[in-house]
Design a protein around this ligand. Structure first.
Ligand code: TPP
Length: 279
């Protein structure tokens, strides 16, 4: 509360950072993503206690600890399930999920499909560095098949990489965007748009891991604004997402549809359910 006018002060971006200093490697893209999140939250203008950031496990999943909003640093691959439960129970909160490509598309892959399909109103930020950073550099689902730098896959993985945004589209996500950590202001605007989108918003953030993928420093030369305007046509979006090289940046698809927001009205009492399913 502002002592002179009685107005409630809207937190600034710095107020959304916690006192914990990130333990990320110097040069990690996740520093910028954190700044973009806090900028977006300042623009959103909601008090800190009305926002929650949920994560799984990984370097990128440490984000909740570095913010001052409510947070839950959960278990590997289960961030979307936790967030779904939270949003369904507390639809008044702004719910953001943050994590890595390993957390979201490998161990959490099944939850990703169903979160897109359910269309619960939340924002999913995946910091994609095409590697498992926290466990020291193994191939992830988005790693190119010919990447040979991990001792576990010295001849490359040889398998087709996961297409996060193509899968999100096919599974029913209603907002699909790709951002880049090297463009923190553009990313902040994109995150704000994703938060304001009514439904499941999927944002793939290219966020270099310069420790295990030093060649990703070149991403800043490779990203470009998407040549086409965003579309609400699933067929056009599919064509774009199945043919692009992964470096087109922007909101690529937006097409709202009804939200999954069940209520307890008419739900059977727990005792009745237990009786019905007793073996
Ligand atoms: C059930 C379980 N399996 C495996 C692990 C080990 N583990 C921790 S983080 C991680 C992968 C992290 O990679 P990613 O999600 O891409 O995040 P990054 O560290 O690159 O940000 C793995 C496999 C774990 N913590 N729990």
């Amino acid at each position: 509360m502002d002592g002179t006018t009685g107005a409630v002060a809207v937190p600034a971006a710095k107020d959304f950072k916690s006192d914990y200093k990130p333990v990320w490697c110097p040069g990690c893209g996740d520093f910028s993503v954190l700044s973009s999140i806090t900028k977006a939250l300042a623009e959103l203008g909601r008090p800190r206690e009305e926002v929650a950031i949920i994560s799984g496990i990984g370097c990128s999943s440490r984000i909740p600890a570095y913010t001052s909003v409510y947070g839950f640093h959960g278990v590997h691959g289960r961030a979307l399930s936790l967030a779904t439960g939270l949003k369904v129970a507390r639809p008044d909160l702004t719910v953001i999920v943050a994590g890595g490509d390993g957390d979201g598309f490998s161990i959490g892959g099944n939850h990703f499909l169903h979160a897109c399909r359910r269309n619960v109103d939340m924002t999913y930020l995946v910091m994609d560095n095409e590697v498992y950073g926290m466990t020291k550099g193994q191939a992830s689902p988005t790693t190119a098949p010919d990447w040979t730098k991990s001792k576990l896959t010295p001849h490359g993985t040889g398998v087709s990489p996961f297409n996060p945004l193509g899968v999100a589209l096919a599974s029913g996500a209603t907002f699909i965007a790709r951002g880049f950590s090297g463009d923190p202001n553009g990313l902040a605007r994109m995150i704000l748009e994703a938060i304001n989108h009514p439904g499941f918003a999927m944002v793939q953030v290219l966020s270099p891991c310069i420790t295990y993928r030093p060649e990703q420093r070149d991403w800043k030369k490779m990203v470009r604004g998407a040549a086409t305007e965003r579309t609400n046509d699933q067929g056009r979006a599919a064509r774009l997402l199945m043919t692009d090289d992964g470096f087109n940046i922007g909101v690529l698809y937006e097409n709202p549809r009804p939200l999954y927001q069940p209520t307890l009205d008419g739900a059977a009492p727990m005792a009745d359910l237990e009786a019905a399913f007793r073996v």
